[in-house]
Design a protein around this ligand. Sequence first.
Ligand code: SF4
Ligand code: SF4
Length: 187
Amino acid sequence: MLTDRSKVVVKKEMTLTERLYLPAIVGGILITIRHFFRKSATIRYPEKKREISDIWRGQHVLKRDDEGAERCTACGLCAVACPAEAITMVAAERKPGEEKLYREEKYASTYEINMLRCIFCGLCEEACPKEAIFLTDRIIETDYTRKGFVFGKDKLVEPVAERVDVTKRQTKDVLDFKKHKEYSHNK
Ligand code: SF4
Ligand code: SF4
């Protein structure tokens, strides 16, 4: 509802101290000096890193099995579960002789995650029936282009010689289950 309220604005004359500006400048310098001796709220990242939780949800890894074969079977469940529609993949059929490269008959020839879309919810990890995808404690590196944030298999699949430990992210039940090598899934 409209009203007829109004306020008369009066131009206030500055006092002598205000006109000198010096007290305001000294006050500002004192605040700066006070903050200089206080503990800083920021850290010198990336030289220094903050302590993060064991279950921190950072950059994904596509895992290999004990023999080094890629676990992902391109079933697409992670992409379906992803609320940000950040995952895309192309499935391919394993050829004879590729058994050591890919664990299942079907594998992802292309697997991409758009890290600008990803909200690191971890639902892809939960949806995966093959324990192929996990989030890790690695922080996504910065880039200058949008394309640089679309991570393909070259960045996602763990190198054979440099495995990514994700055991801290797995519950005790899962770790106990994995000890049963008689289940073909765990071999
Ligand atoms: S962490 Fe969440 S948002 Fe990111 S890719 Fe996985 S399901 Fe999608
Ligand atoms: S990562 Fe897991 S859920 Fe996603 S396509 Fe591969 S096997 Fe399926």
